[in-house]
Design a protein around this ligand. Structure first.
Ligand SMILES: C[S@@+](CC[C@H](N)C(=O)[O-])C[C@H]1O[C@@H](n2cnc3c(N)ncnc32)[C@H](O)[C@@H]1O
Length: 453
């Protein structure tokens, strides 16, 4: 794709970010390139189990490039089985700044992804959370929550909920509660022009200023959501200094946040501001991104969580024990009457006050309750195999592919069971003793997956 962005226009938006003439030319040329997505492996999946030629990504230990172009990562069975997620290598920079792959203590933290859809970063966090940990994935644009829920369900976790609020409203409801707030901000998206996801207008001053002022509103709310000592991870997929380094300066000078540098990212340091990092398309073969890590001083006193009206415990209308094992009475439930979501018993008290959705366990069509797809994929912890459903049907790879296409499969059992391949869950079938009717949602079928982030 050829673009009409000239090196001098890029130089103007970079302000005093140091870059020489030669590099400017290389950057301008690479803006029109579409870089392949890379694999972000599920934490317990060794790269040797993935049948592709993989090269590690330097800045994120779970990131790998597929180096053989004949092998399409989105068409592999292991992708459908949830062994990896596909995203631009640049978006792994924010995950590296949050230390999602290396900081074991993150498993028990409270994390908010304030601008979460479609869930490229939120799903990485959900995959590492364990007892005591919880993720609130907020996406104010309600129509963007279905792909977010789809990608969170793929993780097999129930340690998340989705809210859909303006960041300021969310911060007024639950101030001072999070250890980490991810702000992967809406931006002018200059790095996405080569992917046809933004027009060249992304480089206009008007667009940059509009994005920058919205980002400051979101960042002010993000600060309110933090516990003292908690961290904001700010990221964008744009090059303009006004949306990157200048926002870091503003967070330090106007919000009183402290730079919280990440040593392993030293080689990507953006030289103008501390604890700020850049990945460039012409140097790092990806769309490009910016990430920064800042913390709220420990001695900060701000608004704290108000007394919340205790929500009435929801008693599931559906008899969950017909599909699921275990003592489900310990779980918490919430829902809309048509969708039933479950929460682990140790989820924070405020969740039901802000959430619109979560890990779906059952849903109603007409008057009939059915087990939800997310329930089929549920794992006790990120590193265990599924254990929630009562019945499983292990199938060979050919049958797994038939199932993924949305077709029925032969099955001599009766009732609901989860189709598995290589001990990993794919989704539900309902069998009549001869044929298993396919209950895989359209978005999870071989051709309809929503995995960009
Ligand atoms: C760069 S995308 C986030 C990508 C996501 N974090 C991921 O990794 O897949 C920015 C998101 O912010 C949302 N957004 C738009 N306006 C917002 C606002 N005022 N506050 C918070 N989020 C907003 C957009 O709808 C979009 O989904």
């Amino acid at each position: 794709m050829s673009l009409n962005i000239q090196p001098f226009e890029i130089e103007a938006i970079l302000g005093d970010v140091p870059i020489n003439r030669e590099e400017l030319g290389a950057l301008a040329t690479s803006l029109g390139r579409r870089f392949d997505n890379v694999l972000r492996l599920r934490p317990n999946v060794p790269p040797s189990e993935i049948k592709m030629s993989l090269d590690p990504i330097d800045w994120y230990s779970l990131g790998y490039r597929n180096v053989c172009r004949e092998q399409r990562p989105s068409k592999q069975l292991s992708f459908a089985l949830g062994d990896y997620y596909l995203q631009d290598a640049g978006s792994l920079l924010a995950l590296a700044a949050a230390q999602v792959d290396t900081d074991k203590s993150l498993a028990s933290m409270l994390v908010c992804d304030l601008c979460a859809a479609p869930g490229g970063k939120a799903s990485a966090v959900a995959e590492v959370l364990d007892r005591g940990g919880f993720l609130l994935a907020n996406e104010p644009i309600r129509s963007r929550t279905p792909p977010l829920l789809h990608n969170l369900a793929r993780t097999g976790s129930d340690r998340f909920a989705v809210s859909s609020l303006d960041p300021k409203k969310l911060a007024q409801k639950i101030p001072g509660v999070f250890d980490i707030v991810l702000v992967d901000a809406p931006c002018s998206g200059q790095a996405l022009v080569g992917r046809n996801r933004q027009s060249e207008a992304a480089f206009s001053q008007k667009q940059i200023e509009h994005s920058a002022s919205r980002q400051r509103r979101i960042l002010a709310a993000a600060k309110m959501l933090l516990k003292p000592g908690g961290r904001i991870i700010y990221s964008t997929c744009t090059f303009a200094a006004a949306e990157n380094e200048e926002q870091v300066e503003w967070m330090i000078n106007s919000l009183g946040l402290l730079p919280s540098p990440i040593e392993r990212l030293d080689q990507y340091a953006a030289s103008k501001t501390p604890a700020s990092y850049r990945i460039w398309p012409h140097r790092h073969a990806c769309a490009g991104s910016f990430a920064a890590s800042l913390s709220l001083p420990l001695e900060t006193s701000g608004p704290t969580l108000p007394r919340l009206r205790k929500s009435q415990p929801v008693k599931p209308e559906a008899d969950l024990s017909q599909w699921y094992n275990g003592d489900l009475s310990n779980d918490r439930y919430f829902g809309s009457g048509v969708n039933l979501y479950s929460l682990p018993s140790d989820a924070p008290d405020w969740v039901e006050n802000v959430a619109v959705a979560g890990a779906e366990i059952a849903y109603k069509t007409g008057k009939v309750w059915k087990p939800a797809h997310a329930g089929a994929l549920r794992r006790d912890s990120p590193s265990t195999n599924p254990s929630l459903a009562i019945d499983y049907t292990e199938v060979d790879s050919e049958t797994a592919q038939t199932y993924l296409s949305g077709a029925t499969i032969a099955n001599s059992d009766r009732g609901w069971s989860v189709v598995m391949h290589a001990n990993r869950p794919l989704g539900w079938i309902k069998s009549d003793g001869r044929v298993g009717k396919n209950h895989l949602p359209t978005a999870s079928r071989w051709h309809g997956q929503t995995n960009q982030g």
